[in-house]
Every structure is written in C-alpha cells, then in structure tokens.
Design a protein around this ligand. Structure first.
Ligand code: C5P
Length: 233
C-alpha cells in the first residue's frame, strides 16, 4: 500500500474551512493532521468524515496527563481509527509505557509518537522550568526516553532529524514540521527546511500546513512538495 510522506496540517477554526480544502486534495497524495484547534471545534465527527473520504489521520492532540488518563485517550483515538496519535514525552516513562500498553489490544493501533521539546521553547524558558539541559540535549534525552518507553517515533524539527536518525536508528519514525519550498515564505516558522533536505536529513513524514492550505492552488502546491520530497506516487 502507498505510504504518502506528506501530512497536510488542517489548522482551521471549523469543519467547513477544513472540508473546503480537503475536497481539493487526494488520499493517495497525502495524509491529514487534525490538531487541537480543529478537533476542539469539530470533534470526532469531522475525523470520521475525513476518514470516509479515504484519508488517514494524524490526531495531533499531544496528550499529557496521568498515565491512566493518557492511556484511555489513546484508546479512544484507536477506537476512532486514526493512523497516528501523539503524547508529550515530558509526561514521563510510565505515562508513555501505559499509553503503549493501552494500544496493545488494537490490531490496527495508531502509530504512537511523542513530542519532545516544543520548538517555541527557548533556553530561557527551559531554565525557568528548572531544566538545565540545552534544548538540543533535552530533545535527544526525551527522544531516547520515548524510544525506550515504546514510542514509535517523535515529532522533531528537520534540524534535529539527522542526529535523531543516527542515535535512534532506522526504524524510529521522525515526523517533521517547519517545511517550506525553496522559494517559499517562512510565515512564523523561524527555522525552515525544504522537503528534499528534510528527507535527506532522515525525516519519514513531513507536516506541511500553510504552504498547501493557503496556496492559490493547494493540489498544485502539494504536488510540488511531493516532487521536491522525492515521494513518488
Ligand atoms: O503552516 P505550517 O506548515 O507552519 O504548519 C505546521 C504545522 O506543524 C502546524 O500544525 C504546527 O502546529 C505544527 N508544528 C510546528 N512546529 C512544531 C510542532 C508542530 O509547526 N515544532
């Protein structure tokens, strides 16, 4: 079965906006990411509608709570039938292990990945939380912890992908946002990479929002991303 490398981020305030875009895309070309804004507004019903259209869904809700609550939330995501779901690695080993165990009863369980350090966090932010590691060291520490706790991979910036690929091996799934076409605008992303370089650095999947969702022709923009990523259909 085809395994599209691009995950289009549906950062919309409501279902109507998301569906207006989705009718222009094709499930053979991409997967879709539903994050907390859209999920809070439109809920599981929209996720079901997107899956009925043939799309696989990354439910990006970044669960972070006590182990039992996170495990139950992951099970709810599995019951919904999503392809990928995520938790915060900062929830710790036991939270991640219990989340993994919670999915063991599902034959087609979602891929379970972790967020390490939000890219919005500076060294100063970490120091304010009492953390002494640099952001880069903390990313590596949390990625290793996520791997040891049974996670299938992590969300990381393309800048971190090569190091994590080396440290965590070939099978660890790296999902990378902050992607822009070589000649594209950066929006509010401070460190961006092109699809080709991100894939060369070891990314498995590229999360792409505005370069596709705000394009005059989203399908054409997606096809250009696919071409640059070397993701042949
Ligand atoms: O529009 P853009 O391509 O910048 O969207 C990127 C998507 O990836 C958004 O949904 C954003 O929340 C998400 N993301 C990110 N940086 C991270 C983690 C997630 O931009 N470090």
């Amino acid at each position: 079965m085809r395994d599209p490398k691009i995950i289009v981020a549906l950062d919309y305030p409501d279902a109507a906006g998301a569906l207006d875009l989705v009718v222009q895309l094709e499930p053979a070309l991409c997967r879709l990411k539903v994050g907390m804004e859209l999920f809070t507004a439109a809920g599981p019903r929209l996720v079901e509608q997107l899956m009925q259209r043939g799309f696989e869904i990354f439910l990006d809700l970044k669960f972070h709570d006590i182990p039992n609550t996170v495990a139950q939330a992951c099970k709810a995501a599995a019951a919904l039938g999503v392809w990928m779901v995520n938790v915060h690695a900062l929830g710790g080993r036991r939270m991640m292990e219990v989340a993994r165990e919670g999915l063991s009863a599902y034959p087609r369980a979602p891929r379970l990945i972790a967020v390490t350090v939000l890219t919005s966090m500076s060294q100063e932010d970490l120091t304010g939380l009492g953390m002494k590691d640099s952001p880069a060291d903390l990313v590596l520490r949390l990625a290793k912890l996520a791997q040891d706790s049974g996670m299938d991979g992590v969300v990381c910036s393309a800048q971190e992908a090569a190091l994590l690929r080396r440290q965590c091996g070939d099978k660890f799934c790296l999902v990378t946002p902050g992607i822009r076409l070589a000649n594209g605008v950066a929006d509010d992303q401070s460190r961006v990479m092109t699809p080709r370089i991100a894939m060369e650095q070891g990314a498995d999947y590229l999360v792409i929002g505005r370069p596709v969702t705000r394009a005059a022709d989203p399908l054409q923009a997606l096809n250009e991303m696919i071409r640059q990523a070397g993701d042949r259909v």
